[in-house]
Design a protein around this ligand. Sequence first.
Ligand SMILES: [Mg+2]
Length: 194
Amino acid sequence: MIRPAVFLDRDGTVNVERSYITRPEDIHLIPHAATAIGRLKAAGYAVVLVTNQAAVAKGLLTEVELGGIHKHLESLLSCSGVFLDAIYYCPHHSQFPSSSSDPECSCRKPSPGMILQAARDLDLDLGKSFMVGDSLSDLQAGWSAGCRAALVLTGHGEHTHLEASDEDLRRVDLIAESLADVGEWICGLQPSIP
Ligand SMILES: [Mg+2]
């Protein structure tokens, strides 16, 4: 059955922002993020992480190490009884091409590639879905995929809010203190999904 989804940026949205997380122990959940994810799941949304991981292209992190970081993130969420439907990451960066990286990739946000791939893999209804993040590139990826978009003021969010153009601010569907507030807003919009 086709489902709506909430796509989440990782750093600064689900876990506390710090530049280049390269170790599992650097992952710290933002307060109430797990509760918000649980609430969205209970309301019938698939919850999918979509994260740019240029640290891989830059050689700071291997994809195996990134897998370990995501396992740790999932184990922290599971302590609250919460599970993500999927995690997609973009390991590319155009300034750091390598034999394994695609400098013209379509997955690095603001491109919508990860969202479009998730929609194909998980049978998601993008027109009823949301992208949540702390950077303009998160919002742009969501809009490009046909989703609504919410800006959180955690992570780089305050800076993004200050730097955003009037046009972007008019377009954004919600500006929220944190993921917890976004979860409340989305669930309030559509209290029950068939
Ligand atoms: Mg972020």
